[in-house]
Design a protein around this ligand. Structure first.
Ligand code: SF4
Length: 734
């Protein structure tokens, strides 16, 4: 019993006067946590809390979700469109009609002067799926440029490309539930506790019930590596070598699943021939993992009843990103670990709706994973939208990372950026700045007027954010969940859906098409178009999605009519033999020769530069940089450096240093830690004018995703620490 002086104070939770909780889905990362947002008696948004009955997060939220309600009124929100004729002028506020008329006139001028593809569109993974679908209809069916992409090329393109090459379609085949069934897990370049804290908590929960080995492959001693049973500190950019070596051991020792290989795959002989070259001794010299460890991990993985791999940017952001994903798929296919509980290749996506854009935005094709290259797909969508199928291009245009060089070359003259911030997120930002300055017309559509890219624009369109509007997101495990409107759009902002619909009206072509105004009506179009596709959502509607706290696709109309409870059938893909998305139903085993094309450390630039996330921030801090607690916990850019390397250069803990690459320099505070090896430094990627002043960003040949994590830098001490601190602060966006 606790009496008197021994009595502890119970934790006091401030009563915020919430009178109503509204169901929604977190708008930051792809975990897809269900969240309730509280409003007080005056309708003011005052609190956020996790939803206990939602399977994804079971009541939990991370530090971003807990404070998410603060973003509606956070600083920097734009409330009126801003226009200027040239960059030397100051912006003036204009009404929406003036802004959108001007925008349509400029797009039409550029297209008639230079050709349809001279105007490009780059969107995001942040919008609602109904908005992505509508933007795709506008770009593909009305404006008609083929240079249309999303910023997901910077984070998930390699996963998409790898899934398509191995399985014939995008679409992660597994679920979080696989943690509860697996007997061995390898995390490739994935630091769950910082990147996806609630997925990490699901993994921990599974481990508490039943122990299984967790192996982390990462050049840095990440938080997940610290918790793992084995940490393989791989040489950056050599995952393909390690994967080939693991398969070499598995095949040499006869540990493969022959029955599964024969029933489900083609290409085994070619794969076997290639991996024969990667014996553990040879491979260890390239990837830095000793031969015994390679053998032990191979045996552990192949002998497990069910084994799974997860990965994030450590695989994707590489010149071998797509090959890395194919390598993981190869490993799982030869060990029979696709489509069964606990056996899967699960890419952990980045943004809250990166999956939604992959499925429905038409960036890389047409909605519902349809292809521009496929005549039937073009005709089907053209008929549904009432456009001429010949209006569609017959193959995909440029990705985001190829759009910027095309601007440099003068091939693209106008650009529409939607909720993306390349001045912070693209590699080599000095070059991006010069590129943006070449544009005849740049329009930026964003919820925040202070996003860095607005400085280079001619027109700024203020958009409503997250739960100021309504629609769905799809999370990493293909779960469609709903964002309900919690509050009215800020100031004079419009939802992205409204903006797209208003833009469409300015083209004659749109008059014979439908651009529904209500998100539920847009969802109905997607539902119709999804029938019979891998991404079949025909059994869903907004109300059912909320009732079930999210539903994993596929969930078909037939399943619903038969009374089957969602998410039956949606937990895993490719559960039956011969159901891969190639014409013959077989998955492809693809040989992966390794070519070392990274920028590697040398005498002049002796450190690997690695970058990644912090738990407090999301992407370029457009949102979290304004939220008190997130910003207080993690206010400044810093650089992790090994104490031995620092001692050699005479650098003390928490001193400012200059980090220099062949592209530029950044002033950062050195944090001395054993988390990085002596030949590596690590800088978080969230901060403006920081790590991406340094990165090279060579592109993956298949996915066109940049290699953010393989560049070379040197570190220089700075004598005048006060001046360095000032410069570091000045370079911060907020
Ligand atoms: Fe939001 Fe991701 Fe945190 Fe969940 S883990 S609360 S989805 S940021």
């Amino acid at each position: 019993m606790l009496f008197g002086r021994n009595r502890k104070n119970p934790i006091k939770i401030t009563d915020k006067g919430v009178v109503k909780w509204t169901y929604s889905t977190c708008g930051y990362c792809s975990t897809g946590c269900a969240i309730e947002v509280g409003t007080d008696a005056e309708g003011k948004v005052v609190a956020s809390r996790g939803v206990g009955s939602a399977d994804v997060n079971r009541g939990k939220l991370c530090v971003k979700g807990i404070f998410e309600h603060e973003l509606f009124e956070s600083s920097g929100r734009g409330d009126n469109p801003l226009l200027r004729e040239s960059r030397s002028e100051a912006y003036r506020e204009v009404d929406w009609d003036t802004a959108l008329d001007h925008m349509a006139d400029e797009i039409k001028r550029i297209q008639s002067q230079y050709g349809r593809d001279a105007f490009a569109v780059v969107s995001t993974g942040q919008l609602l799926t109904e908005e992505f679908y509508t933007l795709g209809k506008l770009v593909r069916g009305v404006i008609g440029t083929n240079n249309y992409d999303g910023n997901t090329t910077l984070c998930m393109a390699s996963a998409v490309s790898g899934y398509k090459r191995s399985f014939g379609s995008d679409g992660p085949p597994g679920s979080y539930e696989d943690f509860e069934h697996t007997d061995c897990l390898i995390a490739w370049g994935s630091n769950l506790p910082e990147q996806h804290p609630i997925i990490y908590w699901r993994l921990q929960e599974a481990l508490e019930k039943r122990k299984f080995p967790v192996i982390v492959v990462d050049p840095r001693v990440t938080m997940l590596a610290q918790k793992a049973d084995m940490h393989l500190a791989i040489t950056p950019g050599t995952d393909v070598v390690l994967l080939n070596a693991l398969m070499h051991v598995i095949l040499e020792e006869g540990l493969e699943d022959r029955e599964y290989i024969e029933a489900n795959t083609v290409g085994f002989e070619q794969l076997e021939k290639e991996v024969q070259k990667y014996d553990p001794v040879t491979a260890s010299k390239i990837c830095g993992i000793d031969e015994d460890t390679i053998r032990n991990v191979a045996r552990l993985y192949a002998k497990a009843d069910a084994a799974m791999s997860i990965w994030t940017m450590g695989i994707n952001q590489s010149t071998h990103g797509s090959d890395g994903v194919v390598g993981i798929n190869n490993l799982n296919l030869i060990t029979g670990n696709i489509g069964k509980p606990g056996g899967t290749s699960l890419s952990i996506t980045g943004q809250c709706n990166a999956m939604g854009t992959r499925e429905w935005s038409s960036c890389s094709g047409l909605p519902g994973y349809r292809l521009l290259e496929n005549k039937e797909d073009r005709e089907e969508v053209a008929k549904f939208w009432n456009v001429d199928p010949e209006f569609f291009p017959k193959k995909r245009g440029l990705t985001e990372t190829d759009i910027f060089p095309a601007i440099e070359l003068g091939e693209i003259k106008g650009l529409w950026l939607v909720a993306t911030n390349p001045m912070t997120s693209m590699p080599n930002t000095t070059r991006i700045r010069k590129t943006l300055e070449k544009l005849e017309f740049l329009v930026v559509q964003d919820s925040y007027a202070d996003v860095e890219t607005v400085q280079y624009a001619h027109l700024y369109l203020p958009a409503a954010t997250w739960a100021e509007k309504e629609g769905v997101f799809t999370n990493t495990e293909r779960r469609v969940n709903i964002v309900r409107q919690v509050t009215t759009p800020y100031g004079n902002t419009k939802s992205d859906l409204q903006i797209f619909n208003e833009v469409a009206k300015r083209w004659e072509q749109s008059k014979k098409m439908k651009f529904p105004e209500k998100p539920a009506e847009v969802f109905e179009e997607m539902r119709q178009l999804s029938k019979g596709r891998l991404v079949d959502i025909s059994g869903m509607d907004h109300d059912l999605i909320e009732e079930k706290r999210g539903i994993q696709w596929p969930y078909t109309e037939e399943q619903r009519k038969k009374g089957e409870e969602p998410p039956r059938g949606g937990k895993r893909l490719y559960t039956e033999p011969g159901t891969f998305r190639f014409a013959d139903g077989m998955a492809k085993l693809i040989p992966l020769p390794f070519i070392d094309n990274n920028e590697v450390p040398d005498e002049q630039f002796p450190f690997w530069l690695n970058s990644g996330r912090l738990v407090e921030h999301f992407h370029t801090r457009t949102k979290t940089g304004k939220i008190g607690n997130n910003n207080k916990f993690s206010p400044i850019p810093f650089m992790e450096m090994n104490p031995n390397a620092a001692a050699e250069l005479g650098i003390q803990h928490q001193e400012y240093v200059r980090c220099v690459s062949r592209r530029g320099d950044a002033i950062v505070m050195a944090m001395l830690t054993q988390r990085v090896p002596e030949n590596m430094v690590f800088i978080p990627f969230h901060f403006h004018d920081c790590v991406n002043r340094l990165t090279l960003g060579l592109l993956d040949p298949h996915s066109r995703q940049p290699a953010y994590k393989q560049s070379a830098v040197r570190v220089e001490p700075i004598e005048d620490q006060e001046a360095a601190a000032r410069m570091s602060m000045e370079r911060r966006a907020f």
